[in-house]
Every structure is written in structure tokens, then in C-alpha cells.
Design a protein around this ligand. Structure first.
Ligand SMILES: [Zn+2]
Ligand SMILES: [Zn+2]
Length: 159
């Protein structure tokens, strides 16, 4: 999963957990034994079938909730990636100084940004993080980015 690979542990899904002290103490005492039994049980076909079934029932019952949850989760991941990327490349346009994050984008300095974005399926931010922030990228606002694209690589600000 993307999150794990990016080391964004803080965003990992949190499932509500039962708070049961007695059970936990029991577990601490017999950890290995309990785990061994649990593994053996989890491996039976019957258990797997029941698990799949109950998961399916849960999903069917909670479709909207789950899709809402997934959407907001991927939104969080995207926002976090964006944060990390602009923290690295700078939080303002290198051409005009625009600093509203909504207007900023990452520009590929040797001008083949569009092709590259296509190759990596439009997932530039996670790609930059995974590739340790390559040097041939910089922060530009959308205007300067588009201006450069229309003007053979030179923003009209610079003419
Ligand atoms: Zn600009
Ligand atoms: Zn410009």
C-alpha cells in the first residue's frame, strides 16, 4: 500500500479497538500459545470463508460510509504528499513569487513534464517523494507553468 511505502505511518487507518485490560493481561502471559492457536484457527477454510462473508456483509451494509472513509483517507494522503513536496521544493513560485498553495504546482525543468506525468499516471507528488526529490523539479505557479509551456519553456514574465 502506498501509505506504508511512503512512511506516512501517522495516516495509517485506525480501527476502533476494544479496551479490555483483562484480556490483554491474559494475552501478555500466553502470547505464543494464543498466537499459535489463533494462526491455526485463522488458517481453516471455514474461518476464511466466514471472515470473507462477514466482511462482504459489512461492506454491503456500509457502502456509503466506507466509500466516504476511503475518499477522505486518500484526500489526507494527497494533502500530506503535497505538504512534503512543497516543503522540499519551496512554497512559492520561483518565477513570480506566488505563494498561495492552491496556485502552486511542480514544474519539470527540462520541459517534458506532461509526458512524465503521463508515464507515472499523474501521481507526481508520491513519485517525487519515493525518488527522493530529484533536482530537476521546481515550484512554479500554474500561470508561470502554463506560460512556460506556451512559450517554448520561457515564462512571459521573463520576456
Ligand atoms: Zn508564477
Ligand atoms: Zn512567471
Amino acid at each position: 500500500m502506498l501509505v506504508v511505502r511512503l512512511g506516512l505511518g501517522m495516516l495509517r487507518r485506525k480501527m476502533p479497538q476494544r479496551n479490555n485490560t483483562k484480556r490483554r493481561e491474559e494475552y501478555a502471559k500466553n502470547k505464543e500459545e494464543i498466537n499459535r492457536k489463533r494462526r491455526a484457527r485463522n488458517n481453516t477454510e471455514e474461518f476464511k470463508y466466514k471472515k470473507r462473508l462477514s466482511e462482504k456483509i459489512y461492506r454491503d451494509k456500509n457502502k456509503e460510509k466506507i466509500s466516504e472513509y476511503n475518499k477522505s483517507f486518500s484526500r489526507k494522503v494527497r494533502e500530506r504528499c503535497k505538504e512534503l513536496v512543497f516543503n522540499h521544493y519551496g512554497r512559492k513560485c520561483e518565477c513570480c513569487g506566488e505563494n498561495h498553495i492552491e496556485f502552486l504546482t511542480i514544474d519539470h525543468m527540462n520541459g517534458n513534464g506532461r509526458k512524465h506525468r503521463k508515464e507515472i499516471n499523474n501521481k507526481l507528488y508520491p513519485w517525487l517523494i519515493k525518488n527522493n526529490y530529484p533536482e530537476e523539479f521546481k515550484t512554479l505557479c500554474l500561470n508561470c507553468n502554463f506560460g512556460r509551456y506556451k512559450n517554448n519553456g520561457i515564462c512571459p514574465h521573463k520576456l
